[in-house]
Design a protein around this ligand. Sequence first.
Ligand SMILES: Nc1ncnc2c1ncn2[C@@H]1O[C@H](COP(=O)(O)OP(=O)(O)OP(=O)(O)O)[C@@H](O)[C@H]1O
Ligand SMILES: [Mg+2]
Length: 245
Amino acid sequence: MKNTLSLSNLSVSTDGRTVVNDVSFAITSGEVHALLGQNGSGKSSLANALMGHPAYEITGGNIRLDDTELTELSPDKRAKAGLFLSMQYPPSIAGVSLSNFLRTAYNATHEEQLSPVEFHGLLKEKMALLEMDPSFAARNVNEGFSGGEKKRAEVLQLLVLEPSFAILDETDSGLDVDARKIVANGIRKARERGAGILLITHHLDLLEELGPEAVHVMKDGSIERSGRIDLAREVIAEGFGTDSE
Ligand SMILES: Nc1ncnc2c1ncn2[C@@H]1O[C@H](COP(=O)(O)OP(=O)(O)OP(=O)(O)O)[C@@H](O)[C@H]1O
Ligand SMILES: [Mg+2]
């Protein structure tokens, strides 16, 4: 069954100013939408607001997953409804192992509850897919992880949780060539499984590989232009200047 994540005339403010202004688009299961834009244009603010971060107040419009209104729901309820956010700067969590964190998140978002032993099997399989050293499972979430290791751990979370919609905020940034391929593979797998993906990125490689259904360019909190891969090629090659209008 196909699902749709719809943003309708969404406006968001933080710290007393509007950072997302009247944004509308809809992503269907299995689709990839890219979100591009200059530093500070509002991409992460949109991502955080979608997930329900308390610092980002929705001042207009709404977010729906099919008929379910998400706008007023807490982040954990949004996660349960099928939404997932990979943050641009994933925080570390002292005293919580990656394995325990992921199992708790899995059990909180799925009807089917997994025991530690059952979960271990699932985790092992996904870590192997991402060529992650098994020792990461016992380490505290993101503590002492390198930038690239954090991004890989985010993709591990994506593969373990199997959300219906994933917002990936620069999950492809700061990766070496090999890691980028592995991360791309993980994202492709999530999409093949039917996840709809909002991919925030500054790089063309992953977009060329995934072939997004839509590309949106954000400027000062608004979607200034939408198109296909050609639009991504154009702005990444020539910059976000407004002289093309
Ligand atoms: N919690 C916050 N408090 C104050 N200002 C904020 C907050 N979050 C975002 N902003 C401001 O909102 C604007 C948009 O920031 P945002 O992080 O959404 O940009 P971005 O498009 O993700 O940029 P980048 O490409 O650098 O990641 C910036 O001017 C930023 O300083
Ligand atoms: Mg950002």
